[in-house]
Design a protein around this ligand. Sequence first.
Ligand code: MG
Ligand code: MG
Length: 257
Amino acid sequence: MVILKTKEEIATIREAGKILYGAMQLVEEKIQPGITTEEIDLIVENYIIEHDATPSFKGFQGFPRSICTSVGSQVVHGIPGDRVLKAGEIVSIDIGVNKNGYHSDSAKTFVLGDVDDEVRRLVDVTEKALYLGIAEATVGNNIGDISRAIQTHAESNGFAVVRQLVGHGLGRSLHEDPKVPNFVERDPGPELEKGMVLAIEPMINMEEVDVLTEQDGWTIVTKDGKPSAHFEHTIVILETGPKILTNGTSINWEDII
Ligand code: MG
Ligand code: MG
């Protein structure tokens, strides 16, 4: 069941999203070759706690850390640890923030130093796919319109869309209905309505769609060992169009009625 959010709930999710954006900005400042994924985790965890919020992922279904750090061929759900990041690598940082009982969720793939041109292109195409997907999140469209925009952009650039993992609704729970696939399904999914809050999150692989779960039970990796990129924003659907809740731009609250 899709839970439509009230203006007050959207404002609370926006607060969670602002903290998340601040944390992501801090990652942008600190991330560089030589840092460990564990150090990034602690930087983000401290930032979230200092802002009177809690990391959504810590303890979620037993996840041991506050953020997910997925390096290279790791797609999502990588567990921070003593791995030292190196120039030439890409790393996806996924953060969830719970403020006053409501969640926000956002991810970004960072490029460290000089990377291979094709890997750089994968990252750029994945980010663009996110924004093309968001642009379709309008009242009267279906979930499938978001999916189609993402899949078309990824595949027309020669990349592969992960099938086993999808975006999602969120609010009081980190994962709510509806599912937001990054690929077209026969069922176009629910029609989009004002007050829906969605995490749209393309996960795009360099070559093959298949992914595997590593021994730790969390880390998802590409089966072919080639790189994967991931971008995500939490958005709300308004009469006037989609609004991103996990970036720095301001919102005209008059729009939210
Ligand atoms: Mg996420
Ligand atoms: Mg998510």
